[in-house]
Design a protein around this ligand. Sequence first.
Ligand code: PLP
Length: 402
Amino acid sequence: MSRTFLQRPPGLQFNSVDVRQLADRAGRTPFFAYDRSAIDTRVRELRSLLPSAMLLHYSIKANPMPAVIHYLAQRVDGFDVASAQEMALALDAGVSPTAIGFAGPGKSHEDLRRAVASGINVHVESDTQLRLVTALGWELGVQPNVVIRINPDFQVGHSGMRMGGSAAPFGLDVDQVPALLRELETREVALAGFHVFWGSQCLHASTIIEAQRQSVDLILRLTSALPRPLRFVNLGGGFGIPYFPGETPLDAKAVCEAMHDWLPRLCERLPGTTPILELGRYLVGEAGIYVCRVIDRKVSRDRTFVITDGGLHHHLAASGNFGQVLRRNFPIVIGNRPEDVSRERCHVVGCLCTPLDRLADDVELPEAHIGDFVVVMQSGAYGRSASPAHFLSHPEPVEMLV
Ligand SMILES: Cc1ncc(COP(=O)(O)O)c(C=O)c1O
């Protein structure tokens, strides 16, 4: 006897899986799903553009889900970590310690001890960090690998997050580096490289090109009298992704082509030293969605509120509270009825008892019903791990690599 399955209009397809099927796999909403084929395509495309001499690192802070890290461990050359926990995730994924860099202004003694013991590259950002790392090397009987992180003396103009050109807790000021290099000569540590991080979420190729050129010039100035070759120079990343209407994707081809302008100079002046590009959101941000369910709708004065079981406790960035100056809506769809042509203006909010918990302000969507899936796009980076999951004690979101 043949059986006919319930025919329903197609929902949003995510790596060829219907979003309702994803919800069944997750077992509940809200959840984050990350599309492995989109991550793979992004890495492949970028690698096809990058000069072969350029290494590609993934910044775990963008998305530390273990399955994502394992997946990327087969596809990139190294990882940048910001805590001993992130370091452990990278090591568990089989990444070589010498391909891991640990950066951050406040590294605890315990975290440094684990880093030195593991043999990863510790980015030294103060005299105190150098003193601790040296002492730990003695205590543990190993020679620590250190990287000097520089607070760049230039600032490039763009609308994303700029670092450099001003006082900062990150890295060492340029004029402090020569003294630190002299100090290093007296210590039992191996200088593995330099690190310059000038900003992130930049969509303008010309800005990234200029920042990379200035970073290379800066490093060449500071390394002119080095007695031994460096293993690598980490030139930061900064590649952004479009989140909001009117934003255009970064022209990565132009950025990669311009690398050929400074690569010969770098190779000639620092033979055997490999440049590194470190990227977080560019590799995973567009590959992720956040899915929550409509649990109520109501009208207050003249406004329609669509209330979901999700919110800022899972996705602070989409709520506009993750460093944004101006709150704008992430792209959002009704996942089970993406083709529905009916339209209403509404405000999509989370379930938290705070006016900050907004997922979309005054947005035009198909009329949303209780039980519908609200899907927030561009959610693969700075989602779950960058959100205050315990605020108001609601359940945590599920995460899946699809
Ligand atoms: C040192 C460092 N590396 C990498 C990143 C990752 O930036 P993005 O995800 O924008 O590529 C950041 C972001 O703040 C950072 O501070």
